[in-house]
Design a protein around this ligand. Structure first.
Ligand code: GTP
Ligand code: MG
Length: 278
């Protein structure tokens, strides 16, 4: 939804839960105003220090916003995982809009029954069916969001869609490719850090990045036989970075073991996972 509204892939996407780990800002410039979207990690029962940090990031964002968009899959309906998020908003005073997503996959019956179920909760200021994938209903959603925003001067200059540094955006592209190409615990044991981005003559970029995993066995999987997996991740990432930044990209990817990085606060901080946003 964020990516469609800002017309740029800012947030990594995958079919695996807990893809988003940081709060990502996306600015939507509309004739009637500016929407500053704060995309947050999913709120879930968190065990590791990383996951606890993610949930803290999300919950602390409740205090910073004028309106919340709560999203439920229209086909799957309101599940236990949604109920966990819903309960976390108990004390929230900001108006909550309900976006029923993936209507491209939901039948009329699915949609009507989820609307009835959610309406009965008497918690949502509006219910808006959308398909983020097909950008269906997003014009309505953005109009509704604008209605809930206070008047004021624009926070971001025209044309600026995020405040995330280039290194972060590139690391997220690499992490998305890795998450989509690997299975089991690998996506969750991996973090990506961009060490340097050097602009060279003839519009080319040289990027050095490291994939951190927690064990040697995971490093072997991420590299793959004859480095086939690492090459695939690198190729997919490079193509998207080139599309996004419009330059020829030389991407040097390394894989390193950092034991227990997802449990270790200094490691989390070094990898860009902190919840001290302010
Ligand atoms: N069919 C369909 N798929 C969608 C739609 N919107 C998102 N998806 C898919 O749903 C999956 C999850 O999307 P994400 O953007 O990673 O979801 P998220 O809510 O940000 O999840 P986390 O970051 O993991 O908390 C991806 O495979 C998307 O392609 C939609 O409108 N229709
Ligand atoms: Mg996400």
């Amino acid at each position: 939804m964020l990516n469609q509204l800002v017309e740029t892939k800012l947030a990594a996407m995958s079919s695996k839960p807990q893809t988003t780990r940081n709060r990502i800002t996306g600015v939507v410039h509309l004739p009637g105003g500016q929407i500053i979207l704060l995309d947050t990690p999913g709120i879930h029962p968190a065990r590791s220090a990383l996951n606890q940090m993610m949930v803290k990031t999300s919950v602390s964002t409740f205090r910073d916003v004028d309106v919340i968009v709560f999203m439920v899959d229209a086909q799957q309906g309101f599940r236990e995982t949604d109920s966990f998020v819903f309960d976390s908003m108990e004390k929230v005073t900001a108006p909550i809009l309900l976006a029923l997503n993936k209507i491209d996959r939901a039948s009329k019956h699915d949609l009507l029954s989820v609307i009835a179920e959610m309406d009965a909760k008497k918690r949502f200021a509006e219910i808006i069916p959308i398909s983020a994938l097909h950008a269906d209903g997003l014009d309505i959603l953005s109009k509704v969001i604008l209605n809930y925003l206070p008047e004021g001067p624009p926070y971001f200059p025209e044309g600026m869609i995020t405040d995330s540094p280039e290194e972060f955006l590139i690391a997220e592209i690499i992490r998305e490719k890795l998450m989509n190409l690997t299975r089991m615990e690998i996506p969750y044991a991996s973090a990506v850090k961009v060490e340097s981005v050097i602009r060279r003559p003839h519009a080319s970029l040289r990027i050095d990045a490291v994939v951190y995993v927690e064990k040697l066995s995971q490093k072997k999987i991420v590299i793959g036989e004859n480095a086939s997996m690492l090459k695939k991740i690198g190729k997919n990432a490079r193509e998207e970075i080139e599309k996004r930044f419009g330059d020829k990209v030389y991407l040097n990817l390394f894989v390193k073991v950092k034991s227990h990085w997802s449990e270790n606060l200094p490691d989390l901080k070094e990898l860009g996972y902190t919840h001290d946003i302010h």
